[in-house]
Ligand binder design. Sequence first.
Ligand SMILES: [Zn+2]
Length: 128
Amino acid sequence: MAEYVAGHEYVREPNGLLETGAVVETHRHNFFHNTHLKKGYWEVHRFEPLLGTDLVQVTGNDQKPLWRPLPLLRVHGGGPRSIVPIPGNMQHKFVLLDGPGFYSCNFCHRHPDGTISETFTGWLDAYR
Ligand SMILES: [Zn+2]
């Protein structure tokens, strides 16, 4: 993975082209970001948390939110509408159906209170 500051954005992307079948496993971030699907044909899985006492799975002493899948997206990288907005705390997963493929995740810079900054502040939780 490569990570770098590009002006008003922080970018995370693979080190090279990905092959058919590559999977970016399910994960989530603290804040909103845009995923730019730049090359390849992708399937995008998104799950939003269901919050509230009735919507929490309890296993022993652990409580976990349940997740509701959103409609599956299929996106041609580099084509129209190939930028996928991912809200903060939304689980997401990308599957490359037809490679080679490439993508980047572009985050806003933020201050430690979560507000957006036009410039890099050094607060790396903004990108996790
Ligand atoms: Zn992500």
